[in-house]
Design a protein around this ligand. Structure first.
Ligand code: DSN
Length: 450
């Protein structure tokens, strides 16, 4: 090997400096964003912090490599090291999820869902997924997505207690005979019964696709039942609870070597060729390297402890917000999400999101199943907010600190006035008090490694 005068770490440092030389204003934007992340309470349920080693992987010169294909079966030369990177990522994914098959190339979980859906159900075929308004995902059959445009969809929802109505899912499946049932949620606070979903799928000869993007960390830590051997295929993104790069995984357990219905090909072979060459071209090796590291970190005791805090902290948030008079959907939480129903308050979810952001607390507005702001049935504005505990748990916040977060959220929401984003205003005294407390908490509990 040629002795290079530049070390890999120098390259990354030089790169950062060069951004400033190329466009100093752009560098300032990047710097400000970094400072913002450190100084606010990020409580968006689909967000988390990638570790510095994950970030570094995404800036590696492996980005220069074109590597269509799979390890040891590439369409390009020069792939010996990237083969190793992808092999480590595959091994780590299989190990951490106890899966028989893993594909680490999907660019996102939505892409992964798209790949699985098109390859196991022909366009025009019937799929079943959860209503977006009940807490489902765009790629599970929403009309504004490919999944709702290119496939026929039967949608299921929640019962009167805001729990997945499994009996209704079964009734709909028996009535419509979908080719695939998709389970997985984005704004659902309770555990998912993957076994029951598989029983329903088997009754009607459907595939079961479990999208665990929101709860993959809880699955790894054993805090939520794993779907790997219940679902024919499991997908997840790698950023929400894996603390990795933006990206996706396709996994399969005991069904990996079964034949695809009506075809002489195994499920894993079908999925391999569906990812490449059918849907994607050259893989993003940097993202795959970052996935490998994130998956490795997810095997640590520290990660398991963080996941336990994620669940404990959500319960603390729920208890505190409920004790302060807020309605919480499904009257509790078993994961990282607390879905607050603001329909009986004078502010909508959008106003609440803006008010909290002004006070340094970042959440997202969210629809609340069957609820409208102030009972206004014509309003399309979301009637609630979704709060997540991934970020504050990564910051190692204590129970006392999480209680403070809940109190601040309640204070802001109780002192926000205005029926619209234009007229919304938080009482100054509360705003400045909360901004100061957020700053104190962020200093006391910094993002590890940042
Ligand atoms: N699925 C969306 C969410 O839960 O926020 C984006 O990842």
């Amino acid at each position: 090997m040629v002795n290079s005068s530049s070390k890999l770490s120098d390259l990354l440092v030089r790169g950062i400096k060069n951004i400033g030389d190329v466009n100093s204003e752009f560098m300032q934007v990047l710097e400000r964003e970094y400072e913002r992340q450190k100084s606010v309470l990020m409580m968006v349920a689909s967000s988390s912090y990638a570790s510095p080693s994950v970030l570094a992987c995404m800036g590696m010169p492996t980005v220069n490599i074109t590597a269509e294909g799979y390890p040891h079966a590439r369409y390009h030369a020069g792939c010996a090291e990237v083969d190793k990177i992808e092999e480590v990522a595959i091994t780590n994914a299989k190990q951490i999820f106890k899966a028989a098959y893993a594909n680490v190339q999907p660019h996102s979980a939505t892409t992964a869902n798209e790949i699985v859906t098109y390859s196991l159900v022909k366009p025009g075929g019937l799929i079943m997924g959860m209503n977006l308004s009940s807490g489902g995902h765009l790629s599970h059959g929403a009309s504004v997505s490919y999944s709702g445009a290119d496939f026929q969809v039967v949608r299921y929802g929640l019962d009167e207690n805001y729990l997945i109505d499994y009996d209704k899912v079964e009734e709909l499946a028996l009535q419509h005979h979908p080719k695939m049932i998709i389970c997985g949620t984005t704004a659902y606070c309770r555990k998912i019964d993957f076994k029951r979903f598989r029983e329903i799928a088997d009754k009607v000869g459907a595939y079961l696709l479990a999208d665990i993007s929101h709860i993959s960390g809880l699955v790894i830590a054993g805090l939520h039942e794993s779907p790997i051997d219940y679902a024919h295929v499991t997908t997840t993104c790698t950023h929400k609870q894996l603390f990795g790069p933006r990206g996706g995984l396709i996994l399969s357990g005991k069904d990996a070597k079964s034949k695809v219905f009506g075809e002489n090909i195994t499920l894993e072979d079908k999925l391999q060729s569906a990812v490449f060459p059918f849907f994607q071209g050259a893989p993003m090796i940097n993202q795959i390297a970052a996935k490998a590291i994130a998956l490795e970190l997810a095997g640590s005791l520290e990660y398991t402890q963080t996941m336990q805090r994620v669940v404990d902290n959500a319960k603390i948030l729920f208890n505190h917000l409920q004790s302060k008079g807020f309605d919480i959907i499904s009257s509790g939480t078993e994961n990282h999400i607390v879905l607050v129903d603001l329909s009986n308050k004078c502010i909508g979810g959008d106003v609440a999101e803006k008010a909290l952001e002004e006070c340094g607390i970042i959440v997202n507005k969210n629809g609340v199943p069957n609820k409208k702001i102030n009972g206004n049935n014509t309003s399309k504005r979301p009637a609630g907010i979704r709060i997540g505990t991934n970020g504050i748990s990564q910051r190692n916040m204590t129970a006392e600190a999480v209680q403070k977060c809940a109190t601040m959220i309640a204070d802001v929401l109780n002192h926000t006035h205005g029926a619209s984003l234009e007229t919304c205003k938080v009482d100054d005294a509360v705003k400045f008090d909360v901004l100061r407390k957020v700053e104190e908490l962020c200093q006391e509990f910094p993002i590890p490694g940042y």
